[in-house]
Design a binder for this molecule. Structure first.
Ligand SMILES: [Fe+2]
Ligand SMILES: [Fe+2]
Length: 326
């Protein structure tokens, strides 16, 4: 066990310099990147009330399921304190408070923080949401934390974040196009800019894993296999509403997403395929026996998952969320 952790720390030191070199590519300068207020009505101007009226009129066209998904996405973004505190516990990150990995974590958090901020303000202004109910769910989710099966292992964590940033990219992108169809161009723009942040973050985490594959292919492969065997759980899998037990709302949220085609079982497989391709899994050599087995398992997985996805029925139950008015 001692050896395992030492090796992980060594590899983190090794890839830190590559991360620092690329940081400006993967995170945008703070002074010039978009801010929530670029998209929201400006309360210091006398056009404010008219703008809110317009915002509410367009929000009226959004379907019930879309509002539900948007709230779930917002709460997921708002649980950022969980993700930041967990990243700092990853082996090799907090080795040095002023070190590169802590810098990455803080800057990534700062960029992510705008997502929940923007969506929350939009939902508040939209008039479609029981904000108190949503806020209770948010507080619960942060208090409940999550259990994503990565331990403190940087390999498993960065595989998870690679997957997760791609998943949030898909989901925000689809909400953007659905919102546009429903006639809400402002919301569509908002989700579009968030989606492009997520795409950039995905590139970063994929790059870290690519670098890990260069120096420790067998262990990286085994970590990938392990994460896929456990299945990548969504960060909001503990989602609940007032009076419910931990995780009891999550399935209803994912049902709505599946029904609308915002994030589906097929998307899960597509993301897996993308990672297999980007990390050149098929042509990775230099593996020990366990690494070879892990690679074979991963290579066979997309076809297996597709067969399962084919048999899945679209969820029919239209659940009444406490979050949504009327
Ligand atoms: Fe985000
Ligand atoms: Fe993200």
């Amino acid at each position: 066990m001692k050896f395992f952790e030492e090796k992980r720390r060594e590899v983190m030191v090794h890839i830190e310099k590559f991360m620092l070199e690329k940081m400006n590519e993967y995170l945008k300068p703070i002074d010039t990147i978009w801010q929530p207020s670029d998209f929201l009505p400006d309360s210091s101007r006398d056009t404010f009330f008219n703008e809110i009226k317009e915002l509410q009129e367009s929000a009226q066209g959004l379907s019930y399921d879309l509002i539900a998904v948007l709230i779930g996405d917002t709460i997921t973004e708002e649980a950022l304190p969980t993700y930041e505190s967990w990243l700092t516990m990853v082996e090799g990150v907090s080795r040095n408070e002023e070190g590169g990995w802590m810098k990455w974590t803080r800057h990534w958090t700062a960029e992510e923080n705008r997502h929940g901020d923007l969506l929350n303000k939009y939902l508040y202004l939209s008039g479609r949401v029981d904000m108190r109910m949503m806020e209770i769910s948010t507080q619960y989710l942060i208090a409940d934390g999550f259990d994503i099966g990565t331990g403190h292992d940087p390999y498993r964590n960065f595989i998870y974040t690679s997957f997760q940033e791609l998943a949030t990219n898909v989901s925000h992108r689809r909400v953007a196009s659905q919102a546009k169809k429903d006639g809400d161009t402002l919301l569509s723009k908002m989700c579009g800019v968030i989606a492009s942040d997520e795409a950039r973050h995905a590139k970063a985490y994929k790059y870290f894993i690519e670098k890990i594959f260069e120096v420790d292919p067998s262990e990286a492969m085994i970590a990938f296999e392990d994460m896929m065997r456990k299945k990548i759980v969504m960060p909001a899998h503990f989602l609940r509403e007032v009076g419910l037990k931990i995780g009891q709302t999550f399935g209803h949220f994912t049902d709505a997403a599946q029904r609308l085609g915002i994030y589906t079982a097929i998307d899960y497989v597509d993301i897996l395929k993308e990672l297999i391709e980007d990390w050149h899994i098929e042509s990775t050599t230099d593996l020990n026996e366990a690494g070879e087995k892990a690679r074979d398992y991963i290579m066979n997985l997309p076809a297996r998952l597709l067969r399962v996805a084919d048999r899945m029925k679209n969820p029919m139950l239209e659940y009444k969320f406490t979050w949504i008015n009327g």
